[in-house]
Write a protein that binds this ligand. Structure first.
Ligand code: GRF
Length: 208
């Protein structure tokens, strides 16, 4: 792909943006054949926006509307419009704390990915590292998956295991899971950008 036709990423996040930074750095190193077209947050003071601006990327706060866990209809339209205006090929959720609904999923069908801090289908939902610790599992990890209408339920693109240590705290385990995320997410995004990934039913197939 030449410069004009680069695979374009839109990134959505609500938090500190360490996964966004990992992907941005992997792009700079030439490991992900893509460019970041826009970074959008529902939190005005989110670290992800700061990190994007430091890199001179197009970074926008877009108000989420009146709900706590999803976007309201008007906000949904605004988000979709911005992402389409930025000609986004793949929407990368990097700690975006709202569930995407109808219009979003239709507009970007099969083109939204998310990272979750557990080996799905174990421990979907919030604070998955704490759920894993409380359950007493010996191995947890992280999962990159396509987003469908459910919560953390779409076809799995890649997973990376993280052993749980006897002396782990929620913080220490979360830290190691995040380190794994920073390896896994750029690798999965690169494979999608290279057209190496296809979906057959629930199964995601990687072509080498
Ligand atoms: C990640 O740990 C990811 O698993 C979850 O949200 C967190 C975002 O962290 N979906 P960051 O903003 O990328 O640092």
């Amino acid at each position: 792909m030449n410069g004009a036709n680069k695979f374009r990423l839109g990134v959505l996040g609500s938090g500190k943006g360490s996964n966004f930074v990992a992907i941005a750095e992997a792009i700079t190193k030439g490991l992900v054949p893509a460019e970041i077209a826009v970074v959008i947050s529902d939190v005005e003071a989110a670290g992800i926006l700061e990190a994007a601006r430091e890199r001179n990327l197009n970074a926008r706060f877009l108000a989420p509307g009146k709900f706590r866990t999803k976007l309201d209809e008007e906000a949904e339209r605004t988000y979709v419009r911005e992402l389409q205006a930025a000609r986004v090929d793949l929407l990368v959720l990097a700690g975006f704390m709202r569930v995407l609904k109808g219009e979003f999923l239709r507009a970007f069908e099969g083109r939204i990915v998310n990272i979750h801090p557990s080996l799905l289908p174990a421990f979907p939902g919030l604070e998955a590292w704490k759920q894993a610790l409380d359950h007493g599992v010996k191995v947890t990890g992280c999962t990159v998956h396509f987003v469908d209408a459910g919560v953390d339920s779409g076809p799995i693109i890649g997973q990376q295991p993280v052993p749980v240590r006897d002396d782990d705290t929620a913080e220490s385990l979360h830290q190691r899971i995040q380190a794994a995320e920073h390896e896994l997410y750029p690798r999965c995004v690169a494979a999608i950008a290279q057209g190496k990934v296809s979906v057959r039913g629930r199964t995601v197939v990687w072509r080498t």
